[in-house]
Design a protein around this ligand. Structure first.
Ligand code: PLP
Length: 376
């Protein structure tokens, strides 16, 4: 038996998504930029996908820019904010995904914009008072803070950050890669300027995602060439990937409530089973259900002879999970998130993450195997 509990890394494709994608691959070969009927068919499908996505997040179709995924979309926001929108200061946190953190650091190292790190606590929660201080000290900044942390699952209150951003004339970007398809996101009521999406996190294809850009912001292309995507991203569109993305998002929205209830129950069950069987175990991130991603459970295991081999041993036992140690001692490997929340180096963090194909049997099997590799 093999159990896949690494859905925050990526998810298996939904068969319905495979179907729409393979139909396109085998029959819709037109270039969406071509003027003739075959090209227009492709263009039509592209625009239907854009409208569907826009509707699901309450945006306008013209505010959706298709990208190769979350990394590219995060890069576009940060680089464009600096190069095209005059941003001189960027407020972010030490636990952002590297797609954000490395890009902001690059802007800072090149002297193009100053990076300001907002304080977080040991559960990965943003200190909103400190955020407010930074925003009022540096009005007009770009605030880039993730909606949910991909390693420990701590959620951000987007409404509160949006209010702080507005009050201080800041732009607000949220990396919503881990929440898109798992929570309802309404860009209008949240007042976000930018958000990003990656299809492979909710049973869609890899290499396909989008960036939401509020209409008022005029960006310039990062990839230049043809006039695709209203001159914002050159290159022939990945039609099957885009239609697969729209289908995956549509399915996710249609099952969202049921999925959240079921996966939250699995997360609670797994937490309880682990607590009951492994002495000295803890959990990283916020405990409160409403403040933690229901798809992620990050387990903090006490010092163990298996050490770094723990994930490898779990894999041999048939459990796919991810994680590691903090390695705050400066080693190049290790988790910058666990280091930032002061997770002790000698403990091991294991992230189990759930998706719509996860079953209760998977959870019970994984806990048995975890017990075996930790306690035997
Ligand atoms: N941001 C977060 C929070 C992620 O978890 C990931 C993927 O792991 C990304 C960005 C990058 O997305 P992609 O794999 O589509 O480039």
């Amino acid at each position: 038996m093999r159990v896949y509990l690494d859905n925050a890394a990526t998810t298996p494709l939904d068969p319905e998504v495979v179907k729409v994608m393979t139909d396109i691959l085998s029959s819709v070969y037109g270039n969406p930029s071509a003027q003739h009927a075959i090209g227009r068919t492709a263009k039509g499908m592209l625009e239907v996908a854009r409208r569907k996505i826009a509707e699901l997040i309450n945006a306008k179709p013209s505010e959706i820019l298709f990208t190769s995924g979350g990394t590219e979309a995060d890069n576009i926001v940060i680089r464009s904010a600096v190069h095209d929108l005059g941003v001189k200061n960027i407020i972010t946190s030490p636990i952002e995904h590297h797609a954000v953190l490395n890009t902001v650091e690059e802007m800072d190292h090149k002297g193009l914009a100053k990076m300001h790190l907002v304080e977080i606590n040991d559960q990965g929660e943003i200190n909103l008072n400190h955020l407010e201080e930074l925003a009022s000290q540096f009005p007009g900044s770009l605030i880039t803070l993730m909606h949910a942390n991909n390693e420990i699952g701590t959620l951000l209150d987007l409404h509160k950050v949006s209010e702080i951003a507005k009050k201080n004339n800041c732009l607000f970007h949220s990396d919503t890669v881990q929440t898109m398809g798992h929570y309802k996101i309404d860009v209008e009521s949240l007042g976000l300027d930018f958000l990003v999406c990656s299809a492979h996190k909710f049973n869609g294809p890899k290499g396909s995602g989008f960036l939401y850009v509020r209409n008022t912001h005029k960006l310039k292309p990062m990839i230049t060439g043809g006039g695709q995507e209203k001159n914002l991203r050159a290159g022939t569109e990945n039609l099957h990937g885009i239609v697969g993305l729209a289908k995956a998002l549509e399915i996710s929205h249609s099952i969202m409530h049921e999925k959240q209830e079921r996966l939250q129950a699995f997360k609670n069950l797994m937490k309880q089973l682990i607590k009951d069987s492994i002495p000295g175990v803890g959990f990283n991130g916020l405990a409160e259900e409403a403040k933690s991603l229901y798809t992620v459970l990050n387990v903090s295991l006490p010092e163990n002879p298996a050490g770094e081999m723990l994930l490898f041993k779990l894999d041999i036992e048939g459990v796919c999970a991810s994680g590691g140690s903090a390695c705050s001692s400066g080693a190049s490997k290790g988790s910058h998130v666990l280091a930032a929340i002061h997770h002790p180096d000698e403990r091991t963090g294991v992230r189990f993450s759930f998706g719509k194909f996860t079953t209760e049997e998977d959870i019970r099997f994984a806990v048995e195997k975890l017990k075996k590799v930790v306690l035997d």
